[in-house]
Design a protein around this ligand. Structure first.
Ligand code: COA
Length: 178
């Protein structure tokens, strides 16, 4: 898959599947973006996969018909990594989960929106997928607004799910039923 999208600031966003050769840049990106907000499951330099492990993960994701990993690039630099992934257990394989990050200096120009729409399009076109879920820190209003805009609804929460340097935050659970 390869798509080009015009962003609000006039730059072009390229969305494509990662290839194993992207692994090193993706790890660098994820370790940096982890430190740009306290809203991800990992902080700065806490994304601990080795290049070999990340290459393997990319290969597995690209082979899995019910999952999609997407890179977002502006001028050849990674500005977003996202994925929709389904369980390989038959009884729950119709449930998929999305995860998304955008590099901070590129927030607010339409990348999150474009990426979510692409992940949802994949979910809708894949007849095996019936539900898309996500979890988001309860005070991440920017992300919650984006998810509601693209059709997610709040379905529950995990109390004190996140431990950010000793402070606990709830996780809101959101679903989009297809
Ligand atoms: C949440 C995140 C993915 C959004 O990406 P983004 O590229 O900034 O999103 P967009 O520019 O497409 O904006 C999408 C919507 O978000 C909302 N939004 C954008 N900027 C906002 C801001 N500064 N404040 C509040 N809401 C905002 C708006 O509803 C916007 O829709 P609009 O363009 O119609 O106004 C991004 O901020 C991010 O990666 N944050 C850190 C990691 C994270 O929180 N990941 C999600 C974990 S669940």
């Amino acid at each position: 898959m390869h798509k080009e999208i015009l962003l609000k600031n006039g730059q072009i966003l390229v969305l494509r599947n990662p290839i194993p050769d992207d692994a090193e840049n993706m790890i660098q990106y994820l370790n940096a973006v982890g430190g740009e907000s306290d809203n991800l499951l990992f902080g700065k330099d806490e994304f601990r996969l080795t290049v070999e492990q990340e290459k393997e993960h990319i290969k597995n994701m690209n082979q899995d018909l019910n999952s999609l990993m997407l890179l977002g690039l502006v001028e050849n630099h990674i500005v977003s990594v996202s994925q929709i992934a389904s369980s390989n257990r038959k009884r729950i394989a119709h449930n998929s989960e999305v995860a998304i990050s955008v590099k901070k200096e590129y927030w607010g120009i339409g990348i999150g929106n474009a990426v979510m729409n692409e992940l949802i399009r994949f979910g809708k076109e894949n007849t095996a997928i019936k539900n898309i879920s996500l979890g988001v820190r309860a005070d991440n209003h920017h992300a919650i607004k984006l998810y509601e805009k693209v059709g997610f609804e709040k379905v529950g929460y995990h109390k004190d799910y996140f431990n950010i340097n000793g402070d606990f935050y709830d996780e809101i659970l959101m679903d989009l039923y297809i």
